[in-house]
Each structure stands twice: as structure tokens, then as C-alpha cells.
Design a protein around this ligand. Sequence first.
Ligand SMILES: [Mn+2]
Length: 424
Amino acid sequence: MQIEKYKVDELNQQSLNKHKNQFEFVAADVAQLDDVMKKLMAFNVAIPSWALGTGGTRFGRFSGAGEPGSLEEKIEDVGVIHALNKSSNSISLHIPWDIPENAASIKALAAQLGLHFDAVNSNTFQDQKDQKLSYKFGSLHHVDKAVRKQAVEHNIEVIKYGQQLDSKALSVWLSDGSNFPGQLNFRTAFQNTLESLQEIYAALPDDWKVWVEYKPYEPNFYSTTIGDWGQSYLLASKLGSKASTLVDLGHHLQGANIEQIVSLLLMEGKLAGFHFNDSKYGDDDLTVGSINPYQLFLIFNELVEGMDARGMNHATSIGWMIDASHNVKDPIEDLLQSVQAIKIAYAQALLVDKAALQAAQQHNDVVLAQEILQQAYRTDVRPLVAEAGFRNGGALSPVDAYRKLQVRDNLIKERGTNTVATGL
Ligand SMILES: [Mn+2]
């Protein structure tokens, strides 16, 4: 289904006066308001094609109703999200879960909804039906050259699908690792991975990038061959300028200082982008901002400071994407909440008084530095975010509009109750 603009406008009218008052109250204290609003309006976060259905755990999956059963329906769902928040103008595909059989018509459908295609993701962490060789013991790092070759060829095939859709990046996450001490020679595993990635790198079109994601554990529980940002950075550095490190917020051990990692990767020009999610224990893939919004703000504070230091365009120079799993929520509502949380953290980071913070740091004024950061963090920027969406033609409150427009009920009418999204 598609959201009709006049219905969003009607809903906005109902709360417009209240919103305007709230906006003016917050805006009065914002230095360089026009610049902040322009940046908020330009900011978009890509939606992964695998996040539009209900996810599961290894214990089970409780499918929702009206889930998308095809790539076309997934694109329509992203269209719904974008129509409401005007901040999700791209979709990231997972191959082979979402192979575009007819690229021209898929592209046309996306364009009609104001969408384009973000990075394409390869998958060598599970075996596909009729696959010749198994990835049980890894893919790009495998001890058997034939398995590595098969995985390299898959990645090159993913690039070709991406080219048909005007994607510009290949995102690689490997589950390669070991479950027990002694299972692997770490150096050999790393060298094999590097050689495989070099073959993939050589197949990248001129204007493409390859993003190397890391993760400390799971599904392997003793070692992961690309286990942390250092290992990813090492690979990306050896590969060349088209390779960089992708940070998935859930892919860190507890207590890791992600904002510091981000800051240094940015400094080195090696931060490819983000997979946003939130977590309490491990790679929990929860709604962004639901557990630790302060950490998200601190990350965005480093991002804004670091991007400004390098003169980078906030909206386009880094890949922003959600990578989450929705086990109990309606996936579209969850994604709407996540994008709002990201925009709130971004808006707060834009409000940080950087000159004052720098001065406080220079004078070792620890108390003042904290005051400056928390002044921004504790500002209720929600009216700024709502105004940005509104000015772009979206809903003042996307989740509220989604419910009032009874989108899920309509999707259930269209698709039925017994649906399971393809992919996960
Ligand atoms: Mn990820």
C-alpha cells in the first residue's frame, strides 16, 4: 500500500498548533537554527531488506501478519516508512535473500516511492539450497581454496546485482571463526581472508567501496576472524582506499568505548558507515535508542565533530543504516522508532557548543566539559526532529500517523495474516 500525502497532512493539522509552540520554545535557544534544520532535513537512514519481517531467535520465530512476501512488498514497506518520516530514502538488499529478478522494474518501483538502493550485502554465513560447497567451517578464510573461491564468486555476483540497481558499495560480514581453541591457525585464517577480499576488491567498479564489518563472537564462540575494529582496519588498510571499516553498534564486547573507535576511524578516513541497533548484553539487535540513548548521543557527538574536522557532508559521506531484528514489535513501527532515535541523537550532537567544549578540554575543566555535553543531551530536541520531517512533507509523529492511518490493518487485508517475510 502507499500512504496518501493528504492523509498525513490532515493528521499534521490536528497537532500543528501544539507542535509550533513546542518548536518555537526549543528553537529560541538553538544557535544557527537554519543550519541545524537543514542538516536534520538532509539526514537519511537506509532500511535493510531483512528487517521488514518479524525476526526470530534460535528458539523460535513468531511471525506477524501482513508481512512482505516479496522484494516488491519490502520496497513498498520502506516506501511507507519514508512517506511518514521522510528520512528513509534507501533500502539495502541482502543477496541471495532478495535477488532483483527484474532490476529495471525494481528500480522503477523504488524511484516511484522516492527510494534508491544503498549498499548490497553478501551472505556466506549460511548454505543456500543446491550450494556445491559448505560454509560450515567458514567462507573467505576457509582452509580449502575451492570454498574460498566459491565465496569470492558469490561476492562478485552480489556486486553485479548491485550495479544493476545503482548501489555503490558492497557490505561484507563474515561469520568465519572458530568454536574451539586449536581449531584454526589465526594467521592462516587472516591471510586467507585478506587474499579472498583482495580478489573481491579487484572486481569492484571504480566508483564502488567495500565495507568490512567486524563482530567479536557469534555464531562462533572462540574466535571470529574479523573480530574487532583493529582486524577490520588492518584488512581495509591492506586492501586500499576503496575499503573501510563498518561499525555495527551491537558488535562489541560489553563496555567497549564505541565513540572512541568511531573517532579514530574517522580521523584515518576509514569509517565506512554504521549499522544502528541497541543492546543490553550482546548483539541484541534491539530498537535504536531503546537501551542506551546516551551512548548513541556520545557516538554522534564524535561523528559530528570528526566529520566537521574533515569537511565531510554529514548526510552523504558515511553509510547510515539500521541493522536490527524485531521479535515482538511490528517491524515498521520498530524501524520508525529507530530512525527517530537516530535523528534525536544527531540533533543533540548538532547542539553541542563545540568551541566551549574545546576550551574546556584545553583547560582540563572536566566539570564544564560534562556540563556542555549534557546541556545538549538533556535538551528535548524532538520538536526539531518533528519540524524537519514536517518541512520535508512527512508526519509530525510518524508512529502515531502509522497507527492512525491503520497501515498494518491495510497490509493484512492486502497480504493476509499467515505471512512470513522472505529472508530471515
Ligand atoms: Mn550488521
